[in-house]
Design a protein around this ligand. Structure first.
Ligand code: ZN
Length: 199
């Protein structure tokens, strides 16, 4: 008979559903959790439940927050004339790590992808357009990934936003810092040449 302890199997299955976790890692994590003192296990389970209960979308930028407005939208020191449009809350974290960007964000929560049946109505686009109506916003930076879906979404939004008299820009493409020209593909190299700046 196979070794099967139902609660342990269930725990392993839960870890296995996490992105990037295979069977072996799931087993390792499940045994780690089993070894935790009861209080630590409760803290772990509690953190998952608390995040689910308290975290919602900011009423302005749609980023994750635990209050009506996220700390970025609520910060009067941020520049309200620029909005950086991203696919996902993780992208906001990436930009914030640079400590260079002082404008606001808008999180689309996805990209237009006809192959996956995702159209513009399933993204937070109307919430973005609503923010552009009163003349405060002068520039929208399209910071979606340079993939087919990211490009298509940026082009779609640019067509909607430009007629509103708001400048639309796109992140520059190029060679990664520390990268090597020899190993860059033709498209990257061509885009890097196109987007060159004076030094
Ligand atoms: Zn916000």
């Amino acid at each position: 008979m196979a070794y099967n302890v139902v609660p342990l199997t269930k725990l392993i299955e839960q870890f296995e559903r996490l992105p990037g976790i295979g069977r072996k890692s799931a087993q390792r994590l499940a045994f780690y959790v089993l070894d935790l003192p009861k209080q630590k296990a409760e803290e772990f389970a509690g953190a998952i439940l608390e995040a689910h209960e308290k975290i919602k979308r900011c009423s302005i930028c749609q980023n994750f927050t635990d209050s009506e407005q996220c700390p970025i939208c609520a910060n009067p020191a941020r520049d309200p004339s620029v909005i950086c449009v991203v696919e996902d809350p993780r992208d906001v974290m990436a930009f914030e790590r640079t400590r260079e960007y002082e404008g606001l964000y808008h999180v689309l929560h996805g990209l237009i992808s006809p192959m996956d049946g995702i159209g513009p109505d399933q993204l937070c686009i109307k919430e973005l357009l609503r923010r552009l109506g009163d003349g405060t916003v002068k520039e929208v930076i399209m910071a979606t990934n340079p993939t087919v879906e990211g490009e298509a979404t940026a082009m779609y939004l640019a067509r909607l936003i430009k007629p509103m008299g708001v400048r639309v820009s796109r992140l520059a493409y190029g060679i990664p810092v520390g990268g090597n020209l020899e190993f860059a593909d033709e498209v990257t190299l061509f885009r890097a040449l196109e987007g060159r700046n004076e030094i």
